[in-house]
Design a protein around this ligand. Structure first.
Ligand SMILES: NC(=O)c1ccc[n+]([C@@H]2O[C@H](COP(=O)([O-])OP(=O)(O)OC[C@H]3O[C@@H](n4cnc5c(N)ncnc54)[C@H](O)[C@@H]3O)[C@@H](O)[C@H]2O)c1
Length: 350
């Protein structure tokens, strides 16, 4: 054993493991966490022009996609690594897993490395519910949820925390998924109805959330399933060739998106002409353009997930873990005594 010097303070980056993320969320309370997170996302949407923006960098294969999602403001740079593999679940893997980094723009040093599988589910749900606050009918009480996999309960918790929705109608092609969601959501005090079809699920619902996973053009919602005044929160269509809604719904709906250059490639609107009118959500939040303008309008959040939401989530977590035991120091950055003597540091470690 050689006597190795301990890494210096600059070598360490706070790391939030899955275990610490779960401890942090549970200590905060899931709904309080979602409200806090939504506040950070909204704050960043309100200063949208300050960010560097690019569609995410996607590497597609026959089984799924691996994506990098970068963005930056003047102070921080963030990126998320995320995959989407719809067949994974059948082999005991998650469909979506993720981790991410927040860095200082001033010197490029990472200031947080975090698990983001749990955090992505939370940020996706917080974004959906935040958007619904602007677009859903004000008197909405019932939400249909088609697709009862990993995202489902997070969506439900966020819609209760931000929009007061407590009544849910669930449908999944796999009854085991619905049973799992029923169990989890009933334990959280929701009023839940399990349905035998998507058609049955949307009966009497003012909000419809679709969060299915299939790497093909699917039709989870057909035109006749969507009545006047409904808000659709479409989560699962988020890749080229992967959509959930029939095209006829899109031509009847007012469509709201995160970042058009990404959504036009990945969202439901890939089915439409490239110049079909869409509204950017940051402008709605800033009061620059209208959200829902009539009670009978069908509003559609064509969600694909944008890098700024992950940046907000990393900022939120960085602030929450600072000075707590919810992160651990990770020896991530080489820090030689003389910044130019990286090789000497390697030699001294023999
Ligand atoms: N928009 C975003 O920001 C965002 C973020 C995370 C995940 N997603 C997407 O959300 C979707 C759901 O993710 P997940 O982690 O919950 O996946 P998951 O695999 O855990 O669950 C998907 C569920 O959909 C069900 N399903 C598939 N086809 C169906 C159909 N035609 N009708 C009803 N149910 C059907 C499956 O049985 C499964 O239970 C994925 O497509 C994922 O890529 C989007």
């Amino acid at each position: 054993m050689t006597d190795r010097p301990e890494p210096s303070a600059l070598a360490y980056v706070p790391f939030v493991s899955v275990d610490n993320m779960m401890r942090l969320v549970n200590a905060t309370g899931v709904e309080d966490f979602l409200r806090g997170l939504a506040g950070y996302i909204e704050a960043d949407f309100l200063r949208w022009p300050e960010f560097d923006k690019t569609p995410r960098v996607a590497s597609h294969s026959k089984d799924g996609v691996i994506e990098l999602m970068p963005t930056a403001d003047a102070e921080n740079y963030g990126f998320k690594y995320v995959n989407g593999h719809p067949a994974n679940m059948r082999q005991g893997y998650q469909t979506v897993t993720a981790f991410g980094v927040l860095s200082s723009v001033a010197n490029g040093y990472p200031i947080l490395l975090s698990e983001m599988t749990v955090l992505t589910a939370l940020r996706t749900a917080a974004t959906s519910a935040l958007v619904a606050k602007y677009l859903a009918p004000k008197d909405a009480q019932v939400m249909a949820m088609i697709g009862n996999g990993a995202q489902c309960e997070f969506q439900a918790m966020a819609f209760r925390a931000l929009c007061g929705i407590n009544r849910l109608r669930l449908y999944d092609i796999d009854p085991a998924a619905t049973e799992k969601a029923m169990r989890n959501l009933t334990a959280q005090g929701f009023e839940v109805v399990a349905c035998d079809s998507g058609m049955q699920a949307v009966e009497g619902a003012q909000i419809i959330t679709t969060c299915t996973a299939d790497k093909q053009y699917a039709t989870v919602l057909t035109d006749n399933m969507v009545g006047a005044g409904v808000h659709i929160n479409a989560i699962g269509g988020d890749c080229p060739g992967k959509t959930e809604l029939h095209r006829d719904i899109l031509t009847r709906a007012e469509i709201f998106v995160e970042y058009p250059p990404q959504t036009r490639v990945e969202g439901e609107i890939q089915q439409l002409d490239p110049d079909h009118a869409v509204t950017e959500l940051w402008q709605v939040m800033r009061g620059e353009v209208a959200g829902r303008s009539t009670p009978s309008q069908i509003t559609l959040f064509d969600s694909v997930g944008f890098a700024i939401e992950d940046f907000s989530a990393l900022r939120f977590v960085a602030d929450r873990v600072a000075g707590t035991g919810f992160s651990q120091p990770l020896d991530l950055l080489a820090d030689p005594d003389d910044p130019r003597d990286l090789f000497g540091m390697l030699g001294r470690a023999v």
